[in-house]
Design a protein. Structure first.
Length: 155
């Protein structure tokens, strides 16, 4: 049995930039299952936008805990693409700080699954939607398993 086969991992994803998000979430799930995480142990929830990722992450942990499900890692996934105002900078900063704070406050690893891109093309490249390019969602899946195995509550 693979060491990761009992891990329980949640993905909380924003709905902005839907086609990018879909590729990233699919990539994360693909890598999680390749590494031995069972599909039934992967819990997916959505939030409106990246700003809501820290709160959604905190809440899915407590919601599942009430059902007796102890998560081993969470992957919040969002894609921020710069527009013409300062909105991008503020949301990038608050989302990043929020996810970092969760890592300090909670006892399970929270992966940084947020793309912060200047253009749609940059986001598509990082989601593996341009020929020959790598899907960062896969890296986030691998990071979640590594962190859960090395530092999680079960091991
Ligand atoms: C408002 C906003 C903007 C302008 N851009 C993005 C984006 O590129 N990616 C993303 O995930 N969310 C965006 N949002 C939405 C905010 O994250 C948030 O959902 C709203 O401000 C409501 O709190």
């Amino acid at each position: 049995m693979m060491v990761s086969s009992n891990l329980k991992i949640a993905i909380v994803h924003a709905r902005w930039n839907a086609h990018i998000i879909k590729a990233l979430v699919d990539g994360a799930i693909k890598r999680l299952t390749e590494l031995g995480v069972k599909e039934e142990n992967i819990f997916v929830e959505t939030v409106p936008g990246s700003f809501e990722l820290p709160f959604g992450t905190k809440k899915i942990i407590s919601k599942l805990a009430k059902q007796g499900i102890q998560l081993d890692a969470v992957i919040p996934i969002g894609t921020l693409i710069k527009g013409s105002t300062m909105h991008f900078e503020y949301i990038c900063d608050s989302t990043t700080q929020g996810i970092m704070r969760l890592n300090e406050q909670l006892d399970i690893p929270i992966i940084f699954g947020v793309l912060t891109c200047l253009t749609d093309l940059q986001a598509e490249q990082r989601a593996g939607l341009q020929p020959g390019l790598h899907n960062h969602g896969e890296d986030w899946g691998a990071a979640a398993v590594e962190m859960a195995v090395k530092f999680g509550r079960q091991y």
